[in-house]
Design a protein around this ligand. Structure first.
Ligand code: HEM
Length: 417
């Protein structure tokens, strides 16, 4: 594929608008929501009210709707796996649907089942395993070359905040020059949740760009993700452009932002617990359980939403049709009846109960195999190539912040150069 022929991405009109600063406001204003989560969890599983309203001072696009919050593991699992009673479409059309359009998160069956089946073909475990060596490793090596000889680094600023996005650029075979605008627009589009005009402008500009890219890759197919998605099929059916474009809009946030935050949580958990870091360094077969523990302890998607499709009673609370449920996945993952000493990061804990960091049911994360491949490759490379990796004692330790999409601002480390 000739990169010279790539369609051009157009930046936001207001060049002074910095979506990264605004995004921080939208996701990062709660230091630690878990004490309040535990308090409410102890009082009952289902509470009236909206999560954003209770935990932040931010405007809420769901404020006019009848909202409830769900806190306990068993109740959350019941809702997530009963898509006939609890749907996605009429909930997400007020949030993600505003920027992404007709994507799988905003669909209910039978439409969701039909399209999800096709997308799943593109993200099968055997397919994404191949991307480990061809796509993830070169990105990891390239980023590490920026600090490997220095003996110290900020792993957020110099590594985690970049690698999953660069993996996406490589998968899409995007022009390097356009990458910063792409990242900026992808973050800006989610700001539709704050009703900012730049959010709608960014979503529209990405839509025009993706349509041009799709047309081009269909005419000149390569082995990149867009060419693959444009031709993948299930039961003889392909994805319509509108659905594909909405998916691509969602990819940076669903795949990039979550993996950046998840990897930062994993590194924080390990570095803050040097005995566990040491155990993983010595025995890499522990990496998968360390990843699962990070996604349980500080899963990046702390809450999601559903709507009530028909009046139903849930744990003694009568929910009217149309009500919005704030599903506090982070609360399920710290439910003390399921996880002993739930606030503790412990890679050796009993794993009989599955965490809900990737949710469950028909909308369970489509990219979970890819996320695991990326996180495994990243943590192994850091442990292999940064001998004696440890927190920098002269700098503040990492602290996860945010009420919804949590991440530390910095992870300052030292290692033997
Ligand atoms: C550590 C990284 C990740 C975490 C914690 C995560 C978490 C989640 C969660 C909790 C959901 C379900 C939301 C709901 O049911 O309301 C979800 C869905 C989804 N994820 Fe991920 N995700 C991650 C990585 C990825 C990656 C790498 C991709 C790229 C392909 C991806 C694509 C998606 C998509 C498209 C959906 C919507 C699926 C549907 O509605 O059928 N995610 N993710």
């Amino acid at each position: 594929m000739n990169v010279m022929t790539l369609p051009r991405l157009i930046d936001l009109e207001d060049k002074t608008f910095d979506p990264f600063v605004v995004e921080k406001l939208a996701t990062g204003d709660a230091e630690d929501p878990y004490p309040l989560i535990h308090e409410l969890q102890a009082k009952g599983s289902v509470h009236k009210g909206g999560y954003r309203e209770l935990f932040t001072d931010l405007p809420d696009t769901l404020h006019a709707l009848n909202q409830y919050m769900v806190f306990n593991y068993d109740t959350l699992l019941r809702v997530l796996t009963d898509a006939e009673t609890f749907g996605n479409r009429d909930a997400f059309m007020h949030t993600l649907g505003r920027s992404f359009g007709r994507t799988v998160s905003v669909m209910d069956a039978p439409e969701h089942t039909r399209f999800r089946k096709i997308f799943q073909q593109a993200f099968l475990p055997q397919t994404v395993a191949k991307w480990g060596a061809s796509v993830v490793d070169p990105v990891v090596t390239d980023l590490m070359s920026g600090f490997i000889g220095r003996g110290e680094a900020d792993l957020v600023e110099e590594f985690t905040h970049h690698y999953p996005f660069q993996v996406i650029y490589r998968q899409l075979q995007l022009d390097r020059e356009q990458a910063p605008i792409f990242h900026k627009l992808a973050i800006a589009q989610i700001l539709t949740s704050l009703d900012l005009p730049q959010g709608f402008e960014a979503a529209a500009k990405l839509g025009v760009f993706f349509q041009a890219l799709l047309d081009q890759r269909r005419a000149e197919p390569g082995d990149d993700l867009i060419s693959h998605l444009a031709t993948v099929e299930a039961d003889g059916e392909r994805l319509p452009d509108e659905v594909l474009i909405s998916f691509l809009r969602q990819l940076m946030n669903a795949g990039g932002d979550t993996t950046y935050r998840g990897t930062s949580a994993l590194l924080t958990g390990l570095l803050m617990n040097p005995d566990q870091l040491e155990a993983v360094r010595a025995d890499r077969s522990l990496v998968p359980q360390a990843i699962d523990e990070a996604l349980r302890w500080e899963g990046p998607v702390l809450t999601t939403i559903r709507y009530v499709r028909r009046e139903v009673e849930l744990d003694g609370v009568l929910l009217p049709e149309g009500a919005i449920l704030n599903m506090i996945l982070g609360s399920a993952n710290r439910d003390p009846t399921k996880f002993k000493d739930p606030d503790r990061f412990d890679i050796f804990r009993d794993r009989t109960v599955r965490h809900l960091g990737f949710a469950s049911g028909p909308h369970v994360c489509i990219g979970q195999h890819l996320a695991r491949v990326e996180m495994t490759r990243a943590v192994n490379a850091l442990l292999d190539r940064l001998p004696n990796l440890r927190l920098d004692p002269s700098k503040p330790p990492p602290k996860l912040l945010g009420h919804k999409l949590r991440v530390p601002d910095h992870i300052y480390v030292k290692f033997d150069a």
